[in-house]
Every structure is written in structure tokens, then in C-alpha cells.
Design a binder for this molecule. Structure first.
Ligand code: GLA
Length: 698
């Protein structure tokens, strides 16, 4: 413990990689206020405003406030003491603020008390000199003698010096079109996104980026603040632009519409973390800061071990899984250069379609008369790892599991159960259910031959709750924590197992999932032009090193624009490449071209996964590129649409102007001239796709 180590006067300064997050005690004693964020020279001091027809606690931009302390403007916390007493009057004694420094990390803890004596609220702020992310969370403790309920217990508030008004950039969409970039201009009022579905959702990604309204017309190079939630249950984030106020509040946490947290006397609750980045250099820089954090802090490794080239059977075979057929697919996948063979849905007992079998996680006796062993033998002999699709949180009514335990699913009292994709969701808030799922995973992985799991979750939770149990009102918290506990179990007991997170495509991707899994299935849409648009948005907030992307066959169900094999490979090469095609339908020429392309990908994947990404324009433009750069080289994956110039040039964005590079093994060129004159696009992969590799000369 290093009391007030970083305090200078009453300002506590927490260093990040290139700046700091500085807070001081609010003048009215109600909490902390943010007094600076970013490089010291860019910080904007807080000026005490004049309160007219508002009470002081409203105009003070307190970091975290309660209804009852902040009266007119929204609060991060609402507490119900029972017997009609709502809210809290928070007090912060500056002597109760401490800073721990441990290596590059700093954690500030500020202990607030409520004047009732029923509640202690500790706000934590954590930074590191290794990255730019500021992590905030609160721990609420019931210090009274009767239960407290929390209609709202958000993770954090952020009071950002960009007002009045805000420009908001966020990612939104739906199934098969996740992660599209959207912008809202908010001169005054509240903007809110979230999920009520018990999972992160396809609709919105839990991250908002706000900047000054004045920049809305200008190019995106002003300072901006990107705030995320590391949470995979129901959630809400809001941006609150009070008219005329110079601070815009971003707040969020566990959803306050579907979740009510109860704390018995003596109990504590720690919220998920809210993460924030202050960036002064535009969208590419912001993406880079998120990626650095996700790759360096959240991911367990950087190498290829946990991001192998997958062959996945789903698009080739659907539920029609059959051992010899899978074996033949595996043989070709290995020849092409795949590193793991994954049997998707359809391998377990009774699973001939999506109406049966979920919950019965043993190989189907008809499809695999001798179990999975013979297929695993073939896959291993071909030099690949073996993996399986699972959906451990779900159960079909037509399954032995449901017949044995109909009470294990979420059930809102006597209301009729609602199926979606013919399935229910297991109540992971029940210890016996969680224990059963954990044991099922252990049994499946026990012999050590399965080293890859694609973990799916194919429906939202609609019947959350557990009548008779007050804690059932926090089902979505229990569900998310149950899911995390199971992922922890996999990490600790089966560290060799790579986990690909999936929820009907990209329905559960967030910074908490990235900390506990290895790659994520970004979307069920693999039509290459649609997919490129999805990946474009994804890469603005999440890294290529987790972005699972497969080459599949045409025609795509949704994306009817034709695209060459080279184009489809190039799309997958911008992430963690996989193959989902029906390889038995590929002729010898296609296979040999695919093998070459996979070889090329293996040469560039370290740069793609660990380099800095820069996006050129938008995939709807006639010419679009994703550029990845590390110290030794830059790789541009270039995509053409109808209407593209016959011999276009492309200007790399991330070269060192003074260094010399050899583009695709040709004549050396300086970074400066490549970036100003551009490089010719030669369509080396196909008539609509190119790969330009610029090796840096020493
Ligand atoms: C979800 C996944 C797909 C596939 C199917 C199998 O939709 O996103 O990739 O695994 O389930 O049922």
C-alpha cells in the first residue's frame, strides 16, 4: 500500500502509457472528479460552473454518484433501502483515498460512505504504463442490518470535457450484419444502447466513442474518448449531454431495466469494469490503443498456437455429419495447410436437425458408431489438431437432459416457456446446473485429444428469473458469471484447448470475452463483400488476432455479388483465416490455388495479428484496403469492386517515410515516395484482390 503516493495537493495522478488519468476530491465532498486525462499538455482543467436552479451536486462532475446525492442529473447508482427510502447521500473523506502501485500498474481506491451507514461504496480506478486503458469499477457493500436492492448499479461514470453536446461513434447491426459503424450527433439529451438479452447482443457492441460536437463536420482527428464495458450479460451504456454543460457524462454497466441486484447484510458486489481510452490522433490511433490492450493485456498469448488455421465443417455438411465424409474433408483440409479440424454442430446424440439433441454431449451412435476416436486418429495422422462445436448453455426440449431436468432452464414462474431456435437456456445461476455443465466439459476433454472448442450460444434469454428467490432478479449477472466460471475452468484445467467464442455469429463479443477466449466468430455472414464490411467495423474496436474468418463457397445466402477465390481468401487473411468450404466440391486447380494462398497467409499472419491496422476508406468504395504494419513490413490486402480503375494506385498509410521498402520483391522505394505517389495495384491474388507486401530494408 502506498498511501497517496501519487497525490499532488489533492490531485491523484494515475499514469497510463503516454498520459495520465487525474482525479481530485469534489469541492462538495461527494466524491471524485476527473481533472485531467491524456498527455498533461492536452488536459482541460475543470472550472467550477455557476449553478442556477440546480443544486451543487448536479453541476459538480462527480465520477460516480448516487440518486439522492446527484438530484437532477442522472446518477450511476440507485439503491433501495426498503420502507420507502431510496438513494444515498455519498460522502468521500480524502483520507479514504489510497493508491497502490505494483510494477507498472496503479490502482486508486476511494471509499465513499452513505450517511445512513447502510452502504459503503469503493470506486476503483486502474491504469498501467503498458497501455492507455483506464479501468474503473465499484464495489458496493451492504454495511447495514437489512437487505439492500439496487435498481441500478453501474460500473462507472466518465465526465468528459467535450461539451456542450457530443458526437458519438458506435457499432450496431444485427444477426449477419454485426459491427457496422454508426454516428449520432447529440446537441443535447441522452443516448443509450444496450442489451436486455442476457448476452452482449448482435445489436450493439458495448463501446461508445465520443468527441466534441464541433468536430462533427471536420475530419476525425480531434481528441476522442472511447468507453467500453467488459461485460457479456445484459448491459446499458448512455451518453448524457446536459444542455450547455461543458462535461458530457458517459455511464454504464449492468442493465438497469432487466436486472436488480440484492445485497444481504455484509454482502458485497463488484461490478464489471468500464474501460476508457483518451486518444488524440484519430480513429486509427484509437483502434491501435484498443488492440494493444486486447492483445497485450487481455489475450493469454500472441503466437499462432491459439489462433490456428481452422477447417470447420458447418457450411459443408450442416447437421449431416458422418464419420467417413468428415474424414475425407479432413484429408483435403490437411493438404491445403489447415492446422485444426473442427466438427461443428451435428456430432452429438440425436442431433439430426436443430430440434433435438442439445444437452446430450456424447457422440451420436449412428453417425459415430465407434465414437470420435477413429476420426480423431485420422485428423491427427494428417497432422492437425481436432476440435468440436458445443453449445453448453442450451438444451432442446427433445433431449435426455431436458427430460431428466426440466427445472434446469430459465423459467419465469408459470409463464409458458418460449423457445427460440427450438431451444431453452440452462439457468447457470443454479449451482447444480453450473456443476453439471463443468463436469460435462471435463468428460468431453478428459482424454486430451480435443484441443479446440467452438463455444456457441444460439438464443437470447427471454425467461430469466427464479420466482421465490430475490437473487433471481440478477439472473443475467449470474448467467454471465457462470459462463466466465466455465471459461476459467477450461483455461485452468485444459490450457491446451483453444476456445472460439460464438453466439449465432457475433452475438457475444466484448472485452470480457476477449480475456477468457482466444478467437471469436465474428458473424454467421461469410459472403465476402458483406463480411468485409462487418470486419471493417470490427477492426475499429477489436483486433485482427481474434477475428475468426472463413473462406466459404458461393453462392452466399445473403451476399449475391460474385467474388473470386482470391478475394474470399484475402477477406479471411485480414483476421484468423479458416476454411468452411465443401472441399470435396473443389477441383484440383482450386485446391492447389488455395494451398498457395494459405502458404502466403502463413507468411504474413504475424504482421496481420500483431501489427497496426489502418483501414483505407470503406468496403463499399471501388477500392478498399486493410493495411497491417509492424517494424519489419507492411501488408496491404486490397479489394476491388466493379467500377474500380483499371490500374489503380494505392497509397500506404503506415510506412516510415525515411525507410526503404521492397514492394513484392521489386525495386526498393522509400516510404515517403510510396506514401505520396502510391503503389500500382497489380491484382496479384485475382482480378478483384491484391496483396502488396513491403519488406523494410535494413
Ligand atoms: C450458429 C453459429 C454457426 C454454426 C451454427 C450451428 O449459428 O454461429 O457458425 O455453428 O450455429 O448450429
Amino acid at each position: 500500500m502506498n498511501d497517496n503516493a501519487s497525490a499532488d495537493g489533492r490531485v491523484w495522478r494515475l499514469p497510463t502509457r503516454s498520459g495520465e488519468y487525474a482525479v481530485s476530491a469534489a469541492p462538495d465532498g461527494s466524491g471524485l472528479i476527473m481533472v485531467g486525462w491524456g498527455p498533461p499538455e492536452d488536459q482541460q482543467p475543470w472550472k467550477e460552473p455557476v449553478a442556477v436552479y440546480e443544486l451543487d451536486p448536479d453541476t459538480v462532475p462527480t465520477e460516480y454518484s448516487a440518486a439522492g446525492t446527484r438530484h437532477g442529473r442522472g446518477a450511476e447508482l440507485i439503491v433501495d433501502h426498503g420502507e420507502g427510502l431510496i438513494g444515498a447521500r455519498l460522502r468521500l473523506d480524502p483520507a479514504q483515498v489510497t493508491v497502490d502501485t505494483e510494477g507498472p500498474r496503479s490502482i486508486l481506491r476511494a471509499v465513499h460512505t452513505d450517511t445512513t451507514g447502510h452502504l459503503r461504496l469503493t470506486c476503483e480506478i486502474e491504469t498501467s504504463r503498458d497501455h492507455e486503458v483506464v479501468a474503473k469499477r465499484v464495489i458496493a457493500k451492504n454495511t447495514g442490518g437489512r437487505p439492500l436492492t439496487f435498481p441500478r448499479l453501474f460500473s462507472a461514470g466518465w465526465q468528459l470535457p467535450i461539451g456542450p453536446g457530443a458526437r458519438i461513434d458506435y457499432l450496431a447491426g444485427g444477426w449477419a450484419h454485426e459491427f457496422f459503424e454508426h454516428r449520432a450527433v447529440l446537441p443535447a439529451g441522452e443516448f443509450s444502447i444496450g442489451s436486455r438479452q442476457g448476452i452482449t447482443s448482435h445489436r450493439y457492441s458495448p463501446v461508445v466513442t465520443v468527441s466534441a460536437l464541433d468536430d462533427a463536420e471536420a475530419d476525425d482527428d480531434g481528441p476522442c474518448y472511447s468507453i467500453a464495458l467488459a461485460w457479456s450479460g445484459s448491459w446499458r451504456m448512455l451518453v448524457d449531454a446536459v444542455p450547455d454543460a461543458d462535461r458530457v457524462r458517459v455511464a454504464g454497466g449492468i442493465d438497469d431495466e432487466t436486472c436488480m441486484i440484492t445485497l444481504e447484510p455484509g454482502e458485497s458486489f463488484e461490478t464489471p469494469a468500464s474501460l476508457g481510452i483518451c486518444s488524440t490522433d484519430g480513429p486509427d490511433e484509437l483502434a491501435r490503443e484498443w488492440h494493444d490492450y486486447q492483445r497485450g493485456r487481455l489475450a493469454r498469448s500472441r503466437g499462432v498456437d491459439h489462433r490456428p488455421i481452422v477447417y470447420n465443417s458447418w457450411y459443408a455438411t450442416g447437421f449431416d455429419v458422418e464419420v467417413d465424409h468428415q474424414r475425407r474433408l479432413a484429408g483435403i483440409a490437411a493438404e491445403l495447410g489447415a492446422e485444426v479440424f473442427v466438427v461443428d454442430d451435428g456430432w452429438f446424440a440425436g442431433r439430426t436437425n436443430d430440434r433435438a439433441g442439445l444437452g446430450d454431449w456424447v457422440p451420436d451412435k449412428i453417425k459415430f458408431p465407434d465414437g470420435l476416436g477413429p476420426l480423431i486418429d485420422s485428423v491427427s495422422e494428417a497432422g492437425m489438431r481436432f476440435g468440436l462445436w458445443v453449445e453448453p448453455e442450451a438444451v432442446n426440449p427433445d433431449s435426455d437432459l431436458f427430460r431428466a431436468h426440466p427445472d434446469w432452464v430459465y423459467r419465469a414462474g408459470d409463464r409458458p416457456l418460449v423457445t427460440s431456435r427450438n431451444q431453452y437456456v440452462l439457468d447457470l445461476g443454479r449451482p447444480e446446473v453450473l456443476a453439471w455443465v463443468g463436469q460435462t466439459l471435463r468428460d468431453l476433454l478428459a482424454d486430451g485429444r480435443i484441443s479446440y472448442l467452438k463455444w456457441d450460444m444460439n438464443r437470447p434469454v427471454s425467461d430469466g428469473g427464479r420466482p421465490g428467490d430475490d437473487h433471481g432478479r440478477q439472473w443475467s449477472v449470474q448467467h454471465a458469471r457462470g459462463y466466465y466460471a466455465l471459461l476459467h475452468l477450461l483455461r485452468s484445467e485444459f490450457p491446451h484447448v483453444t476456445v472460439e467464442a460464438c453466439a449465432g455469429g457475433g452475438g457475444r463479443i466484448d472485452n470480457a470475452v476477449l480475456a477468457l477466449t482466444d478467437v471469436v466468430w465474428t458473424s454467421d455472414e461469410t459472403g465476402p463483400r458483406d463480411r468485409l464490411a462487418i470486419q471493417h467495423g470490427f477492426l475499429s474496436r477489436y483486433p485482427a488476432s481474434v477475428m475468426s474468418s472463413w473462406v466459404t463457397d458461393e453462392p452466399d445466402k445473403l451476399d449475391h455479388d460474385p467474388a473470386s477465390l482470391g478475394f474470399r481468401f484475402a477477406v479471411a487473411m485480414t483476421g484468423v483465416l479458416g476454411i468452411g468450404s465443401d472441399l470435396l466440391g473443389w477441383d484440383a486447380e482450386t485446391r492447389s490455388r488455395a494451398a498457395e494462398l494459405i502458404m502466403t497467409y502463413k507468411q504474413i499472419r504475424d504482421t496481420v495479428h500483431n501489427g497496426i491496422v489502418r483501414r483505407h476508406g470503406h468496403p463499399r468504395d471501388p477500392l478498399y484496403a486493410s493495411e497491417f504494419s509492424d517494424e519489419g513490413r507492411s501488408c496491404l490486402l486490397v479489394f476491388g469492386r466493379p467500377g474500380v480503375a483499371a490500374q489503380p494506385r494505392i497509397r500506404p498509410l503506415g510506412l516510415d517515410p525515411d525507410a526503404r521498402y521492397r514492394p513484392n520483391g521489386g525495386e526498393p522505394i522509400t516510404g515517403a515516395s510510396a506514401m505520396t505517389e502510391g503503389l500500382p495495384v497489380r491484382w496479384s491474388l485475382a482480378s478483384d484482390a491484391d496483396l502488396i507486401i513491403l519488406e523494410r530494408l535494413r
